[in-house]
Design a protein around this ligand. Structure first.
Ligand SMILES: Cc1cc2nc3c(=O)[nH]c(=O)nc-3n(C[C@H](O)[C@H](O)[C@H](O)COP(=O)(O)OP(=O)(O)OC[C@H]3O[C@@H](n4cnc5c(N)ncnc54)[C@H](O)[C@@H]3O)c2cc1C
Length: 637
């Protein structure tokens, strides 16, 4: 497989402008002759579908929720980055670019990241024009706060519900186009197969989740904006429905899967409390603007936090990373939390927790100010834990939160299957081996509002499209694959629920491919997952039928894919024999316990190519070339 990133030539800051000029255009009158399928109505998909419809393309948009108003994007709390430099604190497009490349531990593509930083300001303008109610300062200017891995304040926010407000903007733009008839919306439809004809993506096969009917939709291009696959860990901060099915099925049709092992573990989540817990809850990184993280200095100190005097507390992030303190990036903060807990200094009933304490901030700013900034997050914490964070420190612990890996895309966001574009968290994106906070919303909206509307035209204008007949062998084969899979899942009639398999897989992933990884553990994981998968196909029980709303059936299909994807993640983690960002191989660490990269052998994207069921996938490599930043040792000290 040839991985052609198609990065435009010329100086970094001119690449996107030049590329846009060199692109082929579709005549406005011809745009309505093209149909584009967009799977996903989150910030990436909803924004992309609305923008392409606005341009004149015929768009069909799909989501599995009951409304495009409910994708996981709505859960995003803390904010969205943009290099506006409103605070005049030294920000610039180049600084946002640099911070993002460094934050990703030099495992992302320079040109893509620069473009992301470049369009970040447009995103804010677009959202403000849509009426997104970003927080404002007293004088009426948009306010900013700081997020991890940056020493400037560039994060725009709407209290602790930035994702919801941004999504309302995208959703309204989408609804407008639905009202105008330019977007046909299919809620509660799950894409299960990609149709590839003559090597190009030409449609999808979906299951109507209410009636069970199988439908085929054909188009000239397909965009997947289906979000991240972090629920492979079972316990995660994702919405329960998030899954990897769409990208996994595309992978099996020839789309390369890049860096599957790059998973973000977020340092500030409410700790696990019991065996039967079904998900985890994020406490936004924005809280680290004012909250201070600490554990007792002594091992096994079981005193209540208020009884532990200042001198006996270890504000370990401030101690270890004085320049960034509590705003050290996520991978680094997560590992530091794990380390102090492994030393026996963790807090709470399980010992797997650290304090996030607002006592100082409340003293300094007053309770009202803290409530104004983070009130809904404090309320959420109290509802879940029954502890009042205005009085006692929050208890937090790292949890799975985001996937930097995803389908490989070129500069135009096109996968290795021509005509298949991938946007938002579903692509391997711009975040390298670790994503900085507030940059997922930025990337999703950049892809949807500002990149795909251009690059889709460049593809459509260059190709000739013959209509695909509904009975084309590839269409029939995709429909058959969906129907047979459903039948197979329903026919096993074993004893275990999809959830029980999912939970077991999650434990394997967390233990063997989680915050710290090593060869032995990964090899064990690689031996355990196929066994679990074998049992799944022998002992799964899915009640009900395929001709009705059947959530157990939906879950079973997603778990079946996770059972394959989890294995690829372990394989990728095993073969990337270095530490970088979130991928921490314990064999490769500095004397201070920091990730030790191996640029000589691993300064590349690993893009896996499906070779057939039961066969080892092929590891292809896209070398990463840094012409504008120096490959430095990442330090936040
Ligand atoms: C709790 C939480 C807080 C966060 N806070 C922030 C933050 O403050 N700032 C930040 O930058 N990032 C944040 N993130 C990350 C960010 O929210 C996500 O990365 C981003 O919203 C993903 O957007 P997306 O459009 O790519 O996917 P999603 O919003 O996940 O949308 C996926 C869409 O695809 C559809 N879909 C998926 N599979 C199928 C299928 N097979 N068939 C049909 N439809 C399908 C879904 O229905 C949905 O419409 C947060 C994440 C979490 C979990």
């Amino acid at each position: 497989m040839e991985l052609r990133a198609n990065i435009p030539s010329g100086p970094l800051e001119k690449k996107w402008e030049r590329h846009r000029f060199e692109m082929k255009l579709v005549n406005p009158a011809n745009k309505r002759k093209y149909t584009v399928i967009v799977v996903g109505s989150g910030l990436a998909g909803g924004g992309g579908a609305a923008s392409m419809a606005e341009l004149g393309y015929k768009v069909k948009c799909f989501c599995y929720q009951d409304s495009p108003r409910r994708p996981h994007s709505i859960a995003a709390q803390g904010g969205i980055n943009a290099a506006k430099n409103y605070h005049n604190d030294g920000d610039s497009v180049f600084r946002l670019f640099y911070d993002t490349v460094k934050g990703g531990d030099f495992r992302s593509r320079e040109a893509n990241v620069y473009r992301l930083a470049e369009v970040s300001g447009n995103i804010i303008d677009q959202c403000v024009a849509q009426g997104v109610p970003f927080a404002r300062e007293y004088g009426g200017m948009l306010d900013n706060r700081s997020f991890g891995g940056a020493q400037v304040s560039r994060t725009f926010y709407a209290r602790g519900q930035t994702g919801q407000q941004l999504l309302l903007g995208a959703y309204q733009a989408l609804e407008r186009q639905i009202g105008l008839g330019s977007v046909e919306m299919f809620s509660r439809h799950e894409m299960q197969e990609l149709i590839v004809v003559d090597g190009r993506a030409r449609g999808i096969v979906v299951r109507d989740m209410v009636t069970g009917e199988v439908e085929t939709h054909l188009a000239d291009a397909v965009c997947l904006a289906t979000g991240g696959y972090g629920n492979v860990f079972y316990l995660a901060t994702y919405a329960k429905g998030c899954n990897g099915t769409a990208i996994w099925r595309a992978y099996k049709k020839g789309a390369a899967f890049a860096n599957p092992c790059f998973t973000q573990i977020h340092p500030t989540c409410i700790p696990v409390t019991g065996e039967y817990q079904s998900k985890l809850t994020l406490m936004s990184e924005s809280l680290r603007n004012d909250g201070r993280i600490w554990v007792p200095k002594a091992k096994g100190d079981k005193r209540a936090p208020g009884e532990i005097p200042e001198a006996e507390r270890d504000y370990y992030l401030e101690r270890m990373y004085p320049s960034f303190g509590n705003l050290a990036p996520r991978d680094i903060s997560s590992r530091a939390a794990k380390r102090v807990c492994d030393e026996g200094r963790g807090v709470g009933p399980t010992g797997l927790g650290v304090y996030l304490d607002f006592e100082d901030a409340i003293k300094r700013l007053g309770r009202d100010k803290i409530e104004e900034k983070y009130g809904n997050l404090f309320e959420m914490y109290e509802r879940i834990t029954d502890e009042n964070p205005y009085r006692v420190p929050m208890r937090i612990y790292p949890a799975t939160h985001y996937t930097m890996g995803g389908l490989w895309v070129d500069y135009d966001l096109m996968s290795t299957i021509p005509g298949l574009f991938v946007l938002g968290e579903a692509n391997f994106s711009d975040h390298g081996a670790n994503r900085l906070g507030a940059s997922a919303l930025m990337q999703g909206l950049a892809d949807g509002y500002f990149i795909i509307p251009y690059t889709i035209g460049n593809y459509l204008a260059r190709e000739k499209f013959q209509p695909v007949p509904g009975d084309h062998p590839q269409v029939r084969a995709a429909e058959k694959a969906l129907t047979e899979r459903t039948k197979r899942l329903l026919s096993i009639q074993g004893k275990r629920t999809p959830t029980s398999f999912h939970r077991e897989l999650g434990k394997i992933m967390w233990e063997h491919c989680g915050m710290a990884r090593d060869r032995k553990g990964l090899e064990q994981g690689l031996a355990m997952i196929p066994k679990l998968r074998e049992e799944f196909w022998k002992n799964l029980r899915v009640p009900g039928s395929g001709e009705e709303l059947n959530q157990s059936l939906e879950h079973a299909g997603r778990v079946a894919d996770f059972l394959e994807l989890g294995e690829l993640m372990c394989l990728d983690a095993l073969e990337r024999d270095e530490s970088c960002g979130s991928h921490f191989r314990t064999e490769h660490q500095t004397s201070e316990g920091e990730a030790e990269r191996n640029d000589k052998d691993f300064c590349h994207v690993a893009a896996w190519e499906f070779q057939g069921d039961g066969k080892k996938p092929l590891r292809n490599v896209e070398p990463l070339v840094y012409e504008n930043v120096e490959l430095a040792v990442r330090s936040y000290k």
